[in-house]
Write a protein that binds this ligand. Structure first.
Ligand SMILES: [Zn+2]
Length: 186
């Protein structure tokens, strides 16, 4: 009786709590972090991944637009939306002010005139490091861009792409700028 349910999860739980309590970095600190990653001269080991991996054929999926609340169809995989939401939630869990909206093509065009429509479903990613600032917005439909940013925010040097190839965060400065609006060279 009275046995703590925490014991069941053991270390995993503790690790998670530690991560959540870490303070999110400011823009300046993120710039410093990338510089530190770039300065790391440890040899880079690359995995080529499984290039011949072929996922099942896409299906026609119905999604709801977060902006106009209309339903629309796109061709993709059922798990795609959840996967996108999960990775953004992970960024949120470590303390970052991020948000994800799903938009139909009409809304993506109307509300983000500076952004190019790339697909029949649009993932609008919001990022800011300071609550007094406006969110940086990007239509980011490429899952690997989220993986790149998550690795960076977690101070991990590398990440596995969609086909399990290894990528290094410090070689993806453009992706990080696209996702966060941070100009790392200023
Ligand atoms: Zn819409």
């Amino acid at each position: 009786m009275g046995e703590s349910p925490d014991l069941i999860n053991g270390n995993t739980t503790n690790k998670k709590i530690k991560l959540t309590m870490e303070k999110p970095l400011s823009k300046k600190e993120l710039v410093e972090r990338l510089k530190a990653l770039e300065a790391d001269t440890t040899p880079k080991e690359r995995s080529m991944g499984a290039m011949c991996y072929s996922p099942s054929l896409p299906e026609l999926i119905t999604a709801k637009c977060d902006l106009c609340h209309k339903k629309f169809q796109y061709s993709g995989w059922g798990s795609e939306i959840d996967r996108m939401k999960d990775i953004v939630k992970e960024m949120k869990d470590i303390g970052y002010d991020v948000r994800l909206e799903i938009a139909c093509n009409d809304c993506a065009e109307n509300n983000n005139e500076q952004l190019v429509r790339t697909d029949d479903i649009n993932y609008i990613f919001y990022f800011r490091t300071d609550p007094s600032e406006d969110y940086h917005r990007a239509i980011a439909n490429d899952y690997d861009s989220y993986k790149c940013l998550l690795a960076f925010l977690k101070n991990e040097r590398e990440y596995a792409g969609h086909y399990d190839n290894t990528y290094f965060v410090d070689e993806k400065k453009e992706t990080l700028t696209f996702m966060t609006g941070i100009k790392f060279d200023e």
